[in-house]
Write a protein that binds this ligand. Structure first.
Ligand code: IMP
Ligand code: MG
Length: 180
């Protein structure tokens, strides 16, 4: 693995695809254990969570489950705008169901807090949050992810679905912004 460059910024290897893959399998086991006898609806938050959701969903193959997709956006460049807008809605009836929100990363928590709030109004049985990455030091909201792949420092990262203005989502490994 070597450094990659986007928009003149340099990123260093941070988490390998093998490590990510192994961790997602563990999360799948946790979810299958907690959801035995339920039929959870996985709700993948596009665009960033698509890669994680695809792997996590298949890591849960021993339970009955559904997956659907929602799109929200709150980020521009490397700093949170704090503005959360819903772009693509939810069409499933989630009343009485176990919903597992699948996010790429929880940073300030604004995105997930807004989504949890919107979903609660639809009376699900329970809402769980699965996130590949979590920046505890950046958290500004009262949300606690239930399934966390990796807790990381408050640094900008990309790859494995995470982007910089739309680029780098196709990197198989995760990279961190190099500071000098
Ligand atoms: P939050 O609302 O501040 O928690 O931000 C959540 C969204 O911001 C995520 O779903 C990502 O799309 C984006 N985001 C947060 N941190 C990063 C990062 O380090 N790299 C790329 N995108 C990020
Ligand atoms: Mg996202």
């Amino acid at each position: 693995m070597k450094q990659v460059t986007y928009e003149g910024l340099t990123f260093e290897p941070y988490i390998t695809r093998e490590t990510i893959e192994a961790r997602i399998k563990e999360l799948g086991k946790d979810i299958m254990r907690d959801c035995a006898g339920k039929t959870p609806l996985f709700l993948c938050v596009l665009n960033g969570a698509f890669a994680f959701a695809a792997d996590l969903f298949r890591a849960c193959e021993d339970i009955d489950a559904e997956i659907s997709f929602i799109r929200l956006k709150s980020y521009e460049g490397t700093g949170s705008t704090g503005v959360v807008k819903e772009v693509l809605g939810l069409h499933e009836n989630i009343e009485g169901r176990t919903v597992i929100i699948v996010e790429d990363i929880v940073d300030t928590g604004n995105t997930i807090a807004r989504l949890v709030n919107d979903l609660k109004a639809k009376n699900p049985a329970e809402i769980k949050i699965a996130t590949l990455l979590f920046k505890p030091e950046a958290l500004q909201c009262d949300v606690r992810p239930d399934y966390v792949g990796f807790s990381i420092p408050k640094k900008f990262i990309l790859g494995f679905g995470l982007d910089l203005n739309g680029m780098a989502r196709n990197l198989g490994d995760i990279y961190m912004l190099k500071e000098d």
